[in-house]
Unconditional design. Structure first.
Length: 338
């Protein structure tokens, strides 16, 4: 980080200020690690009181995504530095939290625009019972469904609800695709398509909890295939290839990304990114299903509370209460951890 000092009538304090700052700046550097060093510019201005009974320090941090300002006045120069560092840490966390929320909003808007563009063609394929065309068109937009299915399936295995390996996330995506094709003309048109797909997945997960028989995409029997069927089977193989290519697991949950405000003090200083992800996943696995799903769908995917209520078939007030309860539990558990 490029740092510029400005000393007003206190040049004799340069050495003290710079050396003490160097002992503290690592807190900012860790939080700003995702910004290139040459794009982080910090201006520090020192103003002493005439009697030097007080010291005012102002820090102006310029990032590619915005400008953050912190100012402090203390009886000592070191005290002012400590306070400015603390305030800048809070400002950086707040700024990153706002950026993450904006990213979620834009990603959700882009996803819905893409789904809306495919909707007329999905309706056409579903009406004509062209399942393969329907699947090929919808599949590239199911990364979120796959990610949520993988996460929830892992929890079901940890809870011993289903034996490990009996289902895969791809199996659940298969189920959603079949149900979506069969029920597409019945779907509520006042509900966003991604919310409806999540609703189908939630229903399937509940079926698994009840140990109902899974729904699967069945490939044609090789012994009874006609020449035209062989071509259809090649299409099915292509679809399975796209499953592997399109539905790759997403980046695991990160505390630094999800708890960028003051919920947990100095978490990035105490735990590595890998330790943060592992600990968060451990905690989420211990949550009741309703709290875990509500918190993840709100904070990881950016769904609105009423959309989560629709997808999980629950009332909006309960969803909001679960999100707040899960947040409080995470804050308490992570504070104890560090």
């Amino acid at each position: 980080m490029k740092t510029q000092w400005v000393f007003n009538h206190c040049e004799d304090e340069k050495g003290l200020a710079r050396s003490y700052w160097d002992r503290k700046v690592h807190r900012l550097e860790k939080l700003l690690s995702n910004y290139a060093a040459d794009l982080r510019r910090l201006r520090l201005t020192v103003h002493p009181h005439k009697s030097r009974a007080e010291w005012r320090l102002r820090g102006v941090l310029r990032l590619p995504t915005g400008t953050l300002v912190a100012q402090a006045t203390s009886a000592t120069l070191r005290g002012s530095i400590d306070e400015v560092v603390d305030k800048l840490v809070c400002e950086i966390r707040r700024h990153k939290g706002e950026l993450r929320k904006e990213h979620l909003r834009r990603r959700r808007h882009r996803r819905r625009e893409q789904l809306a563009a495919t909707a007329p063609f999905l309706a056409e394929d579903a009406s004509a019972e062209r399942e393969q065309d329907f699947v090929a068109l919808l599949l590239p937009h199911l990364d979120q469904v796959h990610d949520h299915a993988r996460r929830e399936l892992t929890i079901l295995e940890l809870e011993n609800v289903v034996p490990r390996g009996d289902y895969t996330a791809r199996d659940l995506v298969d189920d959603v695709l079949v149900q979506a094709c069969e029920k597409y003309d019945q779907r509520p048109h006042d509900v966003a398509l991604d919310v409806w797909l999540l609703e189908l997945l939630t229903s399937r997960l509940e079926d698994i909890r009840g140990q109902l028989e899974p729904i699967t995409l069945v490939a044609p029997d090789a012994g009874t295939m006609q020449p035209d069927d062989e071509e259809d089977n090649a299409d099915l193989d292509d679809l399975h290839y796209w499953f592997e290519q399109t539905l790759q697991p997403t980046e695991p949950l990160s505390l630094e990304e999800l708890l960028t405000d003051d919920d947990v003090e100095d978490i990035s200083e105490k735990m590595s990114a890998e330790e943060q992800r592992d600990r968060l996943n451990e905690l989420l696995a211990e949550f009741p299903t309703c709290q875990r799903q509500a918190w993840v769908l709100r904070n990881l995917y950016g769904f609105e509370t009423h959309e989560i209520a629709r997808a999980l078939d629950r009332c909006e007030a309960d969803i909001q209460a679960d999100i707040e309860t899960a947040r409080d539990k995470l804050r308490m558990a992570l504070t104890e951890t560090i």
